[in-house]
Design a protein around this ligand. Sequence first.
Ligand SMILES: [Zn+2]
Length: 382
Amino acid sequence: MIYSHEELLGHTRLPLTIAEIILFIIIIYLLLAVGGKWRIWLGALLLVYWIVLVAGKFWPPPKVAVPKSPLATKIAVREDPTTANFVWSSEYRVGFWWHFFPAKKYFLIYNRALEEKILTQDDFIIPAHLGDQDLALVHSRGYLLRLYLLAFTPMGFINGENPISWYILKKLKVACGGTYLACKIALEQGIGMNLGGGFHHAFAGHEEGFCHLNDMAVAIRKLQVERFIDRAMVIDCDVHQGNGTAAIFQGDDTVFTFSIHQDDLYPYQKAYSNYDISLPGSMRVDDENYLEQLKVLPDLIKKHRPDLVIYLAGADPFKEDRLGGFLLTKQGLMDRDAYVLRLCADRGIPVAVVLGGGYAPNINDTVEIHLNTVRMVNRLLN
Ligand SMILES: [Zn+2]
């Protein structure tokens, strides 16, 4: 069953985090309570900090003019051409040890890919981080300032489900660089894969769902501005809707967003992708149902004619995932990967693959699912 957008709406999200509300109460106390001058000064300082922090979320998104003139070249020639198709950085594994997101999976994937001889060192290329100018193609300046403030102050540690530190911010910038590099490899060689990225809940002006910077949106915008591509398509196969990506590209006819996800699941207030397949958990979506739903893709690709596809190979439609209610097996997820990748390859459309989700009780299952995606990419390459 496919739900309409009206049926999907209904839940709202608090514009402030609990930490921001508590900080505001503390500020009011400091400003109003009887006491020494230091209270007033501290209260005023914290108030300025609080206003900048909160205003960042309400900053308007940047207006970027995407060149409409013919492309200078459709081939992305890099300064350091390589035959490596897989992008990975040791910085990807940085994460808070207590956080639900399994950041250590990035290191395990890399290790196992080498140990099991699925890939060699020569198959990997290390990305550079993207700078603020690149991030500002998608994210508002006010929001980037908010991220820096959070990253450099203790508020970053208690920022709801999206804690951030200086090291995490650095890692996220590298992840954006990784997805951008995977896209360029795809444009050169047909297929590229970032063993990271996929932060599809990040909006232009705020963080959500363990995502702060939308690596896919930044990569697409940067490639458009550099005139490597005109049109792009995001095929989001995570069990959660790619709400950030959908919102960023809403009303932009150069980027087509597709998302297949569980309906009765975060994000409860769905965004509008160009094409949403929102399936209720009660439908007990298995391998067969899921693959059947994907059969709309050939028509969508034909209509939109993308110069580049970014495929988010989410690991959380897996039947044992703690955050999802789909019932896909590892084989089903592998068939999904093969289907999407083959679809692009047969039409000569470059495809960049990014990872997503993965909250199985046993992290090795998540790692195995991502490795299977690597295997499918490899199969296409050979
Ligand atoms: Zn997810």
